[in-house]
Every structure is written in structure tokens, then in C-alpha cells.
Design a protein around this ligand. Structure first.
Ligand code: SF4
Length: 212
């Protein structure tokens, strides 16, 4: 029995070392790809970093690297993997924005299925993005939370999607949406769940890439 516990302990240590070695190595490949804009083993990076998401964050923490690097790598690699398919979609394209981008005095009504219905009053960037989205044939959804992504997928059945969100939320949502349709992600510039902002030009550039 003592031997079994010892063996179990050793196996656990070896397994932990293996997981952290594989994750650390994948982080390095991901970082190299991310910085050089050259994708090396993208599917391996996505598989390992999603599977060992928490250990990857822990490794960043130990080496005093900002742990959002894991999300940045995952989103940029996913963007690169899906960009060709994304560009080819010409109908039922959606832009999903978080409700925290709204101005504090926003008067938009929240629908239980499709989220906030922007009146384009001009107080925040959502109105501007709605105007740009019309030019490129994108439908805009302003959602109060992750659960609305599933509702939109079921009710509107989009063929492609651009998502804007904070680090962890975008990483998680892109993983689930990308199983069904090509997706592109853009991080919020300023998060914090209140009057957040995004790089408008980056979002518009992604919309421009698609066939109208
Ligand atoms: S532009 Fe739209 S989302 Fe922004 S404050 Fe006005 S109604 Fe609300």
C-alpha cells in the first residue's frame, strides 16, 4: 500500500512536470508566432493552450509576464486560422459588441433575445459602429452577457462573426462560436465593465476584409 502511494505521488509529479513543460513550450511557440506574425503549428497552440489554460496563466504569473498574454495568443492565432474562411462569407455577418461600451446615459432598450437596440444617439462608439456595419452588410448585436451569444446563434443563425470583448470573455466565446462559423476577435482597449472602448479602426478593417 505504501509503495502504491509512493508510485501515485511520483506519477503525479511526472504528470505535472509534463503538463507544465508542454504548456511552457507551447507558450513560447505561441509568443514567437504572435510577435513575428508567422503562425507555427497554430492548431497545436490552440489545442494545448485551451486545454491547459490555467497552467499557462500560472506560468505567466510565475515569470512576471502579464497573464492576458495567453488570451492574446489564443485570439490572434484563432484570427489567423479563420481569416480566409471569414473573408469569403458575404451574408448573415454579425458584429457582437458588449453592453459595457454603452454610454452611462444610454436609452437603448434591452430585448431578451437580441440584447440592446442602439438608437444611434451618438453618445458612444456603438452608434458609429452601427453606421459602419451597415456599409459592410454586418448586423450589430449589443449583448449584456455571454449567454446572448448562444441566443443569437440560435435565433439569427449567422454565417460569420466579429466579436468584441475583454480578454477571458473573448477567448471563451471565440472557442465556442468557432466550432460553427468563422470568427474574428477584437479586444477591448479599455475594459472594466463600464464605458469601455475598442479600436474602431481595427473593427472596421475586419469588416472591410469581407465580401459585401
Ligand atoms: S449610441 Fe446607441 S448604445 Fe451608445 S448611448 Fe446611444 S443608444 Fe446607447
Amino acid at each position: 500500500m505504501v509503495f502504491s502511494y509512493e508510485l501515485f505521488g511520483r506519477l503525479f509529479v511526472y504528470l505535472a512536470i509534463a503538463i507544465f513543460s508542454i504548456t511552457g513550450f507551447t507558450l513560447l511557440i505561441g509568443l514567437y508566432s504572435f510577435k513575428r506574425n508567422t503562425m507555427i503549428f497554430p492548431n497545436l497552440i490552440l489545442f494545448v493552450l485551451y486545454l491547459f489554460y490555467s497552467p499557462a496563466k500560472w506560468i505567466c504569473h510565475v515569470f512576471s509576464i502579464k497573464d492576458t498574454l495567453v488570451d492574446e495568443i489564443l485570439v490572434e492565432v484563432r484570427n489567423a486560422v479563420m481569416i480566409d474562411k471569414f473573408k469569403k462569407i458575404c451574408d448573415k455577418k454579425v458584429l457582437i459588441l458588449p453592453q459595457c461600451m454603452r454610454h452611462s446615459s444610454c436609452q437603448a432598450r434591452c430585448d431578451p433575445i437580441v440584447g440592446y437596440q442602439c438608437k444611434e444617439c451618438g453618445k458612444c462608439d456603438i452608434g458609429l459602429l452601427c453606421q459602419e456595419a451597415r456599409k459592410y452588410n454586418f448586423k450589430v448585436f449589443v449583448i449584456p452577457g455571454d449567454s446572448f451569444v448562444k441566443k443569437i446563434m440560435r435565433s439569427y443563425k449567422p454565417n460569420s462573426c466579429i466579436g468584441v470583448a475583454c480578454f477571458q470573455e473573448l477567448t471563451e466565446s471565440m472557442q465556442s462560436v468557432s466550432k460553427h462559423i468563422p470568427v474574428q476577435g477584437v479586444f477591448l482597449l479599455k475594459d472594466g465593465c463600464y464605458m469601455t472602448t475598442v479600436d474602431i479602426e481595427e473593427v472596421v478593417t475586419k469588416m472591410e476584409m469581407c465580401d459585401v
